[in-house]
Structures are given as C-alpha cells and as structure tokens.
Ligand binder design. Structure first.
Ligand code: CU
Length: 484
C-alpha cells in the first residue's frame, strides 16, 4: 500500500527545501566573498565523523582557487607512501616550495606477463602503474612531455583545479603536440584517491595505456586514516589478438586481457600483509567499457571512500565485492586478521581469463577426440574448448599457440594443481611472520586439519555417506538424515 504523506510532512519537506536553498545561497555568497582573496588554504580536519558535520561542507569545487599553498611534505616524514604493486610513484623535487613532477607520455614495450608483450603507451616507462602522490595543500607543478607520435593532453580526474588546468585537449587548453612539454600547476585543495589520463582521442590513448592513479594524502590525517598497508591499484582492459603485439583500441566488447596495475595473474604481485594489519585498497578503473565487481575472499571490507569524498562512518557499506565502474575510484579497508592466501579478483568470470579463454564454440558434452589434430593444419591457432570445459590451464601453456600469446594462464599452486585464473586476479597473502613486505612469502602453510582434502573411507563410513558414481543415482534417504 502506498504511504500517505501527511500535510505536516509536506510542510516539513517544504521547510527543509527552503532551508536547503538558503544554506546553498549562503555557501555561494561565502565563496564569492573569498574569491578575490588569497587566504592560506585551510585543510579539512581529517575524516568526517558522522553527525557533526554538514555533509556537503567541502564538496562542490574546493572553494576559491587562489589560496596560499602549504609547505610540501616528504614521503615517510609527513605521509606514508602508498604501495604500488608492479609499479611506483612518480619522482618529484621541491623548487621554491613547489612540488615539481615530470610526467612523460611515451611508447612502452610492456610485459603483461612472461608470455605476452605489447607496444603500449604509458607514463615514464610504465603502463598503468605510475602513480602521482602528493599531500593536501601543496602547490604542484607537473610538466607533461609528449614523446608520442600524436598530440595528447592530460586530465586530472576528480581534482579541484582552475578550469585551464583540467586538461581537456581543445576545450581547456591547446593540445600537447608531439615533442612538446606543457606545464600544469595548481594548489591541491582536497585529499583522496583520484586518477589522471589522456584526454585527447581518449578511446585510442587511454586504450593504449595512458592512465594512472593520483593519490593525495590529508594534511591533518585523523587517527582512522592511519593504515599499515595502503595499496594503489589501477584496473584496465585490453584487446590484443593472439599473436599480435599491439592493443586494438577499436574493439568495443571483446576485451581479452584484464589487468591490475598493468599485469595479469600470476604476474600481478600479491598483496602482502602481516596478520592484524589494517589494510587499505584504493581501486581505480579507467578501462574502456567494463565495470568490475572486485571481490575478496575470507574477509568483509568496508567501502570507506569514493573519488568524491570520504564516506562518513555511519554510511560506510560492508561488502565482499565492490563495483568499480569506469571512471570511478573506490577505497575499501579491512583488518587482515585471518592468515592465508586469499583470492582477490574481479567476479566477472571472463575477467579472470586471458586471450584464449573466450571465443570458442561450446563443446561441453561433445566427444572431441582427434578433432583438433585434423583442424590444426588448416588453422594453426585452433584450440577447441575442452569437452568438460576450459579446465586445461597447464596443458594450454604448452599448446602450439602463435608466438606472443597467453592462454587462460594461471599458476601451479602448492598442491601441484593448477589455479585456472588469469586476468584480474591476485592473492592477498596474510602471514603471522613476515621477513619483509617486499617479497612474495610463497604459499601459505596451513595448520594441520584446515585444508579441504579427499574424504577418507573411514570418514564417509562414520557419517553414512554412500558414494555412487553413476549420474542420476542418489542416496534419497540416508540413515539419520533430518528432513521436514
Ligand atoms: Cu571485471
């Protein structure tokens, strides 16, 4: 039944709306009075607490642009740098109180994995995994050198800045022509997880790899901001035909390489944590077409921030999968209190496969003996889907593919069996004892009795489980079963 709204509620709503517009006007009026000044930038007071804050207080556009900057802060002194697996932070220097970066857009011979290299475009020798890291209130100057054969521009995604620094080629600035270097400069009036990317011929240039994360730490971090492990991840997708060596950026749906910081599993480095660590994962997605539900095993996380802002504690969303849509960042946090090797991956099953996982006729249930041998002289790259599915990762690695092609790809695990995952997959490795965060601690050593193993005859007999091999035969009413 539809809920009736009483007259009092309507009046109440009206009053709230009026109050809201007064508040908005007040906000704008305030912004106007500040616009001509050059007061020192006032950083926000850490993460918002629920209940004591006007929610939109520091949103909109960051307020007046001509604020006096605050002094630069060095990594390890005023902030703890993020961990960029398979990548790193862009170096900077400080010149007259300004943090100066030099970003270089260029062709990169990129290894997605040991089995696949491609000529991509990237920043400073890396693909998807060069991160710009700074601190709220700092004045930053970013020189962008274009070593590409075409014009480009760089947009700072999610950032408050003067319009002419926004980086939309042709709209807010002239293109950065091949060989040119352009200077961007502004004062950071926010903190959070943001991104940057080419903003000229986006389909080609972002598809070739010109994307990255832009992390800004708060000037006055609240105690809750502190984490033991703070990871930066960029998710993307590529179409690289088997045997070729360049991404095809014209593809609209058939992406066959899905990457996290530019790598597919098992080349995607593990997320190494010590038991009890507070862990933050900053996830950005600047792939072309697909949103990714990134899923963690063994834990729940809280979604603590978007590229819009921190989420107040009372509104944080507990989840096991977080949808990171194209053009969004999502930040999640959890306490790594359960040791083990926990999968962390996109939950779209085609996104944990590589090139040779997608475009085959469905052969489940078919008898395929001898067919491949007959077809392959005509089509050297031919490989049928197995008659029981695609569970053939290891075998697929040694099959006669065109050069520079990766199959489903995965890795052999500690039990000698194959982990049939590629693409957007990595492992959260949580250990009680850790020599260093900087190396893969190997496979988890499970405490005795905590691994799912083949059931023994004695166990089956104890529990009255009768195993029948033929399909369709069921033990309808086993002794001792409860049924309603
Ligand atoms: Cu996905």
């Amino acid at each position: 039944m539809a809920k009736k709204i009483s007259r009092r509620e309507i009046l109440g709503l009206g009053a709230a709306t009026i109050a809201g517009s007064v508040a908005l006007l007040g906000k704008e009026g305030q912004a106007k009075t500040h616009a001509g000044g050059s007061s020192q930038y006032q950083p926000s007071a850490g993460q918002p607490k629920s209940g004591n804050r006007v929610y939109w207080e520091k949103s909109y556009s960051g307020g007046p642009i001509d604020v006096k900057a605050l002094p630069p802060v060095l990594p390890g002194k005023g902030y703890k740098p993020v961990v960029v697996t398979n990548g790193g932070a862009l170096p900077f220097k400080v010149v007259d109180g300004v943090k100066v970066f030099h970003l270089i857009a260029e062709e990169v011979d990129h290894a997605f994995d040991s089995g696949l290299r491609a000529k991509c475009w990237g920043f400073n020798g890396r693909v998807n995994s060069t991160v710009i890291e700074a601190v709220e209130g700092e004045r930053i100057r970013i020189y962008v050198t274009n070593r590409l054969p075409v014009a480009t521009s760089v947009h700072w995604h999610g950032l408050y800045l003067p319009n002419g620094m926004d980086g939309v080629g042709g709209l807010t600035q002239p293109h950065i022509k091949a060989g040119e270097t352009v200077k961007y400069e502004w004062t950071l009036r926010q903190y959070g997880s943001f991104m940057f990317h080419a903003h000229h011929d986006e389909m080609t240039q972002m598809g070739m790899g010109l994307i990255g994360n832009f992390i800004i730490h708060p000037r006055n971090p609240s105690p809750e901001y502190h984490v033991d492990r703070d990871f930066s991840f960029m998710i993307s997708e590529w179409a690289i035909e088997a045997g070729t060596g360049r991404p095809n950026t014209l593809v609209m749906n058939d992406f066959n390489i899905l990457t996290i910081n530019g790598k597919v599993f098992p080349s995607s480095a593990p997320i190494v944590c010590k038991t009890g660590d507070k862990v933050r994962l900053r996830l950005g997605n600047l792939g072309a077409m697909d949103h990714h539900p990134m899923h963690i095993h063994g834990y729940h996380f809280r979604i603590t921030a978007t590229d819009g802002e921190d989420i107040p504690l009372s509104a944080q969303w507990p989840e096991t999968s977080v949808l990171v849509a194209v053009g969004q960042t999502r930040t999640v946090e959890f306490i790594a209190d359960a040791p083990g090797d926990w999968a962390f991956h996109c939950h779209m099953t085609h996104h944990v496969m590589n090139q040779m996982g997608h475009q085959f006729p469905n052969m489940v249930g078919m008898k395929m003996e001898g067919v491949e041998e007959q077809v392959r002289p005509l089509l050297p790259a031919y490989m049928s889907m197995g008659h029981t599915g695609m569970d053939m990762g290891k075998m697929a690695e040694v099959m006669p593919y065109p050069k520079n092609t990766i199959a489903m790809k995965g890795a052999t695990g500690q039990f000698g069996d194959y982990i049939s995952m590629g693409g957007l997959f990595t492992v959260v490795k949580v250990r009680d004892q850790l020599r260093t965060y900087d190396e893969d601690p190997g496979w988890y050593k499970h405490p005795a009795g905590t691994v799912a193993l083949k059931a023994s005859d004695a166990e089956l007999a104890r529990d009255g489980i009768k195993v029948t091999v033929a399909a369709g035969e069921h033990d309808e009413h086993p002794d001792g079963c409860y049924h309603g």
